[in-house]
Design a protein around this ligand. Structure first.
Ligand code: ZN
Ligand code: ZN
Length: 318
């Protein structure tokens, strides 16, 4: 599970350990800089990109601790597996891929809807611009919030930890290229099945209609299935960042901002129910935006032409 590299199994470690991926990443950054400067006539946001790199460095320190703590747990759980999948069979890989992507969807959804987990994941959503550096904004406190629980059911089911980690790495590599404004909507069948730059732009947006949508890792089908899908709309430009915008490029401030808010709200609460809600309920600052989303959805439903409205009016006497 751990090859001793301080970067651990993170998107940057996978990219930095593979020269081909590193070259592809450097080209992507270069294209983005040129596209933004020449086509959009906007600044790239070097300070924000540097803050993202700073967050990546902090995580590189936190990651080995997490891996050290968890490697033993994964091996221990595997000892008690229910079944033993033969990884020399292709269908075992299909099953572990589908299982891991399904669990990624639910874990990601929990990270948005449970404040305790949002405190860590909000780091990924703290950037106010969309570019590939957004990949580097990952929280430092995954060990505390329990992100590592995500893959344990697969290990318990009987997939070897190495196979599970491989599918996780695949998911991270896929997500590395979808953090960009540069790529528009892709061919319709791709947009129907896979998580694309367009779908992930929606995920990073704070517009009421886009908030807490598109949790997918690789397959967008989970969002379609569980009613959290939202298409990127022509008239609705993505407004990136947190609901309470964070205008800081200090990596430490970004990494602990939401933890600070959580502690403040728990201390301000005057009873245990309120304290528990502040720590584990739906993140309070997003509530008003979510209510606005519900109102917009209702409005959209009401203005939708009904099946009868499209039919020609019946002739008199019919
Ligand atoms: Zn997210
Ligand atoms: Zn993202």
């Amino acid at each position: 599970m751990n090859d001793g590299n301080i970067f651990g199994d993170s998107p940057y470690s996978i990219v930095f350990r593979n020269p081909e991926l590193l070259t592809a990443f450097a080209l992507l950054v270069l294209c983005e800089i040129l596209w933004r400067k020449l086509y959009r006539k906007e600044a790239y946001g070097a300070a924000e990109a540097a803050a993202s790199a700073g967050i990546a460095l902090g995580r590189a320190v936190a990651k080995p601790v997490m891996i050290f703590a968890l490697a033993g747990l994964y091996i221990f759980v595997f000892e008690y597996r229910i079944y033993s999948f033969d990884m020399s069979k292709w269908w075992s890989w299909v099953l572990v891929f589908i299982g891991a992507d399904f669990l990624f969807y639910w874990m990601h959804r929990c990270k948005h809807e449970i404040r305790w987990m949002w405190a860590d994941h909000s780091v990924h959503h703290s950037g106010n611009r969309m570019n590939v550096f957004m990949n580097f904004r990952l929280g430092w406190t995954g060990l505390i919030v329990g992100t590592w629980l995500m893959h344990l059911p697969l290990v318990l089911a009987g997939f070897p930890p190495a196979a599970v980690i491989t599918t996780y790495a695949l998911s991270l590599v896929w997500q590395a290229w979808i953090h960009t404004d540069m790529i528009g909507k892709l061919w319709r069948p791709i947009e129907l099945v896979l998580n694309t730059p367009s779908h992930h732009r929606v995920h990073h947006s704070r517009n009421p209609v886009y908030l807490d949508k598109n949790y997918a890792g690789i397959l967008i089908v989970w969002d379609r299935m569980f009613d959290t899908f939202q298409e990127e709309l022509d008239g609705e430009t993505c407004d990136y960042g947190l609901v309470q915008r964070l205008n800081s490029n200090n990596p430490v401030k970004i990494a602990f901002n939401e933890w600070g808010n959580l502690i403040r709200d728990v201390r301000a609460a005057d009873n245990w129910k309120a304290r528990l809600h502040a720590a584990f309920g739906y993140p309070g600052d997003k509530k008003a935006v979510l209510e606005e989303q519900a109102r917009l959805l209702m409005e959209r439903e009401m203005t939708k032409p009904g099946p009868d409205q499209n039919r020609p009016a019946p002739a008199a006497g019919e």
